[in-house]
Design a binder for this molecule. Structure first.
Ligand code: HEM
Length: 402
């Protein structure tokens, strides 16, 4: 492997045909040259791209690399020159740094612990069984995204937060719009505003009439309604779209790897490691971004203060220096921690919930439909574009023997 400093000319906009699960070849090639590459942004800014596992983890763990929204002045797909980017709205803590970040994250941590999430297992099992019953009734032949991958995480996050699931017309399609990577800017803004407005009203209602859920609990604190609205936006959006895409894309990946699928069917005890391996292999939250707050030495390079650093998490999850046969889906893999949930202060708050949902849902799906298969050729499965923040399938037509 050559360690010469490589330059990535542009962020790839497509994956290789026939390789829906692999990071684009330009990113894999960048990793082959070394863990860090130069990356000139379209507006001329001299930024950096990190593709190596160890280095990426260092950046995520180092608070000299900021997540603050107002500092993110360069984008690989948009020219932001002359645009004054405001700070994240109050409460949207993913795009803040300490100490503000902790103000929002701290009151939530105890509500998403392993123990709390395991207590939800029975409810996740019930909701999953209801979806599978409805699939059986409607099929053979359904879109797995609408019948299974969407409703399970949606019902659960709604119940946990205290967002009425029957109101989903007010937020689900709009959240899809801002995650899909395909919505024009004006529509994106309208979708985001509609979700904010819905949640602002809900927060006021919870404060007036608290119920037994996370949002009501949060009203019993010094957080303002404006802050609670921002926190709700982040929690609802993150809780809906991510697990949905893991369930649907994960099923697609299993169906395309029959030996692995058979191993999982024959040995349900594999489910935990299978879920971790699917998280690593699929790396649906593909890319992160940070801004250096001061000059930082990283991988033999000086990252100047104010420079934007792009983090290719899915490439790092395929780093050959970290994982044996990294491009292989191996559900028995034991060689370590992936970065699919991030690392450091912003590490995914909902990871234990996502794990419970995926363990229960994959196991139940395979158990209920032993002959589950794609209903269309694999190359006809519609995939999200590379520009989407979260990768996945748009729909997954499946069928089975009645
Ligand atoms: C398989 C599903 C999921 C994946 C792959 C995933 C991935 C991630 C990643 C990579 C980050 C870190 C982003 C960064 O450092 O910039 C993150 C943050 C976050 N995730 Fe998840 N997530 C998943 C499910 C969930 C669920 C179900 C929730 C439910 C509430 C959730 C809530 C959050 C929140 C609130 C943050 C922000 C944390 C912070 O800034 O402190 N996630 N997630």
């Amino acid at each position: 492997m050559s360690e010469s400093l490589h330059t990535l000319a542009a962020m790839p906009t497509e994956r290789q045909p026939g390789c829906p699960f692999d990071p684009p070849k330009e990113l894999r090639e960048a990793r082959e040259h070394g863990p860090i590459s130069r990356f000139p942004f379209p507006d001329g800014h001299e930024g950096w791209l990190v593709t190596g596992y160890d280095l990426l983890r260092v950046v995520l763990g180092d608070q000299r690399f900021s997540s603050r929204k107002e500092l993110l002045r360069h984008h690989w797909a948009m020219d932001l020159a002359g645009i004054d980017i405001p700070p994240a709205p109050p409460g949207e803590f993913l795009l803040t740094d300490e100490p503000l970040h902790s103000r929002y994250r701290k009151p939530l941590v105890g509500k998403f612990t392993v123990r709390r999430m395991r207590q939800l297992t029975e409810r996740v099992e019930q909701v999953t069984a209801e979806c599978l019953d409805a699939m059986e009734k409607a099929g053979p032949g359904v879109d797995l995204v609408t019948a299974f991958a969407k409703p399970i995480p949606a019902v659960i996050i709604c119940e946990l937060l205290g967002v009425p699931y029957e109101d989903r017309g007010s937020f689900q399609d709009n959240i899809d719009k801002f995650m899909s990577g395909e919505t024009p800017d004006e529509e994106l803004f309208a979708a985001y505003t509609a979700v904010q407005t819905y949640l602002a009203e809900l927060v006021v209602a919870k404060r007036a009439n608290p119920t037994d859920d996370v949002l009501s609990d949060l009203t019993d604190s010094d957080l303002s309604d404006e802050e609670l609205k921002g926190m709700s936006v982040i929690l609802l959006a993150a809780g809906l779209d991510t697990t949905t895409n893991m369930l649907a894309l994960g099923t697609f990946a299993l169906l395309q790897n029959p030996a692995q699928l058979a191993a999982l069917r024959n040995d349900p005890a594999l489910t935990e490691s299978a879920v971790e391996e699917l998280l690593r292999y699929l790396g649906i939250v593909k890319t992160g971004i940070r801004t250096a707050l001061e000059d930082v030495e990283l991988g033999g390079q000086t990252i100047k203060a104010g420079t934007t650093v792009v983090l290719s998490t899915n490439t790092a999850n395929r780093d050959p220096e970290r994982f044996t046969d990294p491009h292989l889906l191996d559900l028995r893999r034991q060689d370590g921690t992936h970065l699919a949930f991030g690392h450091g202060v912003h590490q995914c708050l909902g990871q234990q919930l996502a794990r419970v949902e995926m363990r229960v849902a994959f196991a139940a799906l395979l158990n209920r439909f032993p002959t589950l298969r794609l209903a269309v050729p694999a190359d006809e499965v519609a995939l999200r574009p590379e520009t989407a923040d979260i990768y996945g399938v748009k729909s997954l037509p499946v069928t089975w023997d009645a």
